[in-house]
Design a protein around this ligand. Structure first.
Ligand SMILES: Cc1cc2nc3c(=O)[nH]c(=O)nc-3n(C[C@H](O)[C@H](O)[C@H](O)COP(=O)(O)OP(=O)(O)OC[C@H]3O[C@@H](n4cnc5c(N)ncnc54)[C@H](O)[C@@H]3O)c2cc1C
Length: 229
């Protein structure tokens, strides 16, 4: 990378070093990135960071799985069938690698005061769900539907036993939500594949009677599209 570009990136982006890289589910690796620049960032549960995933300026976005205020950001990166630069980075990242990343951002975040919390999405979405669930007080009402390709793809999220887990191809997410039939009055967090996100929102609003403003949505990926954000 030319020296001028390196200096610009040094000013615009944070930098850290991978200190842990290990499988956290069948097709997901957990990457821990540490460095003094990552101290005191205070991400809200559900927020994401943008990562420079190769030697060029290609960026991909990842939810913050865990955050340590002393200066560590943890991500979980899925190895999917059409692996592009993001998934390849997730697979090849090694301890000692330098990573450039942006500050945490985004409004797909936990609304801690809601009466109950409903999480709907796929393996990619479950990373943000894990951060949100970890921040919820015991005793908060939690439910949801999470779809994965295999049982081994289930992320070890807090309160996992309170979510309905299904395998792709057995029941669609909108049908799983119809079966769950969560009562309106809480907040729903819906993320993952773009079209499914819209279908689930429609199901919550039209079939389950939810106020559309109580359904927070975030498309994380779409077939045929590259790096949605
Ligand atoms: C707010 C936000 C948060 C995100 N959080 C995470 C996270 O925590 N962990 C994570 O792994 N990803 C997350 N993503 C998705 C991530 O940003 C990348 O899109 C993903 O890693 C794919 O990048 P890629 O370069 O491998 O594939 P791309 O080059 O972007 O896409 C190539 C093709 O692969 C397919 N594809 C892309 N993503 C997926 C997928 N997730 N599952 C199945 N097929 C796919 C599509 O057909 C796509 O056209 C998030 C995205 C957003 C917008």
């Amino acid at each position: 990378m030319p020296a001028l570009l390196t200096r610009v990136l040094d000013r615009l982006m944070l930098q850290g070093t991978i200190t842990e890289a290990e499988p956290v589910a069948a097709r997901m690796r957990r990457l821990r990135i540490e460095g003094p620049a990552l101290a005191g960032l205070d991400p809200r549960p559900g927020q994401q960071v943008r990562i420079l995933v190769d030697g060029t300026l290609t960026r991909r976005t990842y939810s913050v799985w865990r955050y340590d205020p002393s200066g560590a950001v943890e991500l979980c990166v899925l190895d999917h069938a059409e692996a592009g630069p993001g998934a390849r980075w997730g697979q090849s990242a090694r301890t000692g690698d330098t990573v450039r990343l942006g500050k945490p951002e985004g409004s797909f975040v936990l609304r801690p005061d809601a009466a109950h919390h409903v999480f709907v999405g796929d393996e990619t979405a479950s990373v943000a769900f894990g951060a949100m669930l970890a921040a919820l007080h015991e005793g908060k009402a939690v439910s949801g539907c999470v779809e994965t390709q295999t049982p081994g793809d289930r992320l070890p999220v807090p309160h996992a036993g309170r979510l309905d887990w299904s395998l792709r191809g057995t029941i669609s997410l909108p049908d799983a939500v119809r079966r769950l039939n969560p009562p309106p009055g809480g907040i729903a967090y819906v993320a993952g594949e773009a079209r499914t996100v819209q279908q689930v929102k429609r199901t919550l609003v039209q079939d389950a009677g939810w106020d559309r403003r109580a359904v927070l949505t975030k498309p994380f990926w779409a077939p045929g599209k590259r790096g949605l954000e």
